[in-house]
Design a protein around this ligand. Structure first.
Ligand code: SF4
Length: 408
């Protein structure tokens, strides 16, 4: 799915830059809610556990930072394709706080009825009670972090819900929201191909029009990472993980949910517009602790990256002092933009248009190793048609190596 071109009424040099694949790259807002009930042992997201949270204070600080981001970017009144509440666990937000933030977004930008407005949720009964209220406040897409349909796996992953609870909350969500996505994690230690095959078949029976299916990976700073370092956790071996990945591709494809990105599967037209903005090199503003934004800056015509401080209290203090909690504002140079466009775009089935990247980042000889591209095409890891470069299924299994070799 692609959003509308999202140009600002004032138009500018920057607004011509919103097409990387000959498709609209779109404009979105990302809100980061950094709090969770409990830290999951595999998670390296910016999430914090607190006894008490001043919800309206944090909501107000997010609104203040959004106003600053609108000023910095010059995107006032620009039509939005997507708003995304991520985290952390945004389903722990009071619905009223979500409503206030959406109202502020509607007053700063242009928010139409067909804007995709997603909220990430955990499928516990506690959070399920708020689903109607979230819908009433304007959320039209729910992304549920189910992770597994088996209780022993949920316990291993440190999740707060049971499989039965997840199924109940999912079907409730499907009755309330027009679009519901679910996340699952596979390639767990000792997971057998057979077991994942059976579970994936049950997952595909749940009737989701969008699935994010991730392999468990070890991230620095997590509890699993320290366990693995001490030899108390052994990850699934690469060959078995690869078999599960390939099986996932095949089963989802056969059931009408092909991968439009390495880990994301959707029925036609149900792709996440928000994620497509990231992968197609579109513009998004971030607000909240640790939020990242990237956009073509209206005044300079350069691509800017912003990063907010991660610690919620330090972030909020900065917002109160200076209107934002950014720790980093950076104009990307051509090579940085080209790397971002190649790394993100090759994750997509549609691939990248080298010609278009060239118009933004300068001659490809400066950022692309064309000999290596041809070499990897001959080995079936990449495919080049006209100027459209895509990663083949074989390429996806060694994606980081392929990208590392073709970028200068
Ligand atoms: S609920 Fe999500 S964000 Fe929070 S700790 Fe677990 S995986 Fe991380």
């Amino acid at each position: 799915m692609t959003g509308k071109p999202g140009k600002t009424p004032s138009d500018s040099k920057a607004a011509d830059h919103h097409h990387l694949n000959g498709l609209s790259s779109g404009f979105g807002v990302y809100i980061h809610w950094p709090f969770c009930h409990k830290k999951c042992p595999y998670c390296d997201f910016n999430s914090h556990v607190r006894d008490e949270i001043d919800q309206s204070g944090f909501g107000q600080a997010i609104i203040t930072e959004l106003k600053t981001m609108a000023d910095i970017s010059g995107f006032h009144r620009r039509p939005l394709d997507s708003v995304f509440f991520g985290g952390g666990t945004p389903s722990l937000m009071e619905a009223e706080v979500v409503g206030h933030i959406l109202k502020a977004i509607a007053s700063l930008f242009s928010l139409s009825d067909d804007c995709e407005i997603t909220l990430e949720a955990n499928p516990t009964f506690l959070e399920a009670e708020r689903l109607y209220a979230f819908h009433d406040q304007g959320i039209n897409r729910l992304s549920l972090g189910i992770q597994s349909l088996k209780d022993d796996q949920l316990a291993f992953l440190g999740r707060q819900h049971s499989a039965t609870e997840a199924r109940t909350v999912l079907s409730k969500a499907q009755n309330i929201f027009p679009r519901v996505s679910a996340d699952f994690i596979y390639a767990l230690p000792d997971q057998e191909l057979n077991e994942w095959q059976q579970q994936l078949s049950q997952i595909l029976d749940l009737g989701c029009d969008h699935l994010s299916l991730y392999q468990l990976t070890l991230e620095q700073g997590t509890a699993f990472y320290s366990l693995a370092k001490r030899g108390r956790l052994t990850m699934l071996d690469d060959t078995m993980a690869l078999d599960q990945f390939l099986l996932t591709q095949e089963m989802c494809q056969n059931r009408g949910l092909p991968a439009y990105e390495v880990s994301n599967h959707a029925k036609s037209g149900q792709e996440s517009r928000h994620n497509l903005i990231y992968w197609r090199g579109g513009d998004w503003l971030g607000a909240g602790p640790g939020a990242i934004g990237r956009f073509w800056h209206q005044a300079t015509g350069k691509r800017m990256e912003t990063r907010a401080r991660k610690d919620p209290d330090a972030w909020r203090e900065d917002v109160n002092k200076q209107g934002h909690g950014l720790s980093h504002q950076h104009d990307e140079d051509a090579a940085e933009f080209a790397s971002e466009a190649v790394m993100m775009g090759l994750r997509l089935r549609e691939g990248i248009d080298l010609n278009l990247i060239e118009t933004l980042a300068g001659p490809r000889s400066e950022w692309l190793n064309s000999d290596e591209v041809m070499h990897l095409c001959r080995h079936g890891l990449l495919a080049l048609q006209e100027d459209c470069l895509t990663m083949t299924d074989d390429g996806k299994t060694v994606m980081n190596t392929v990208i590392g070799r073709i970028l200068k």
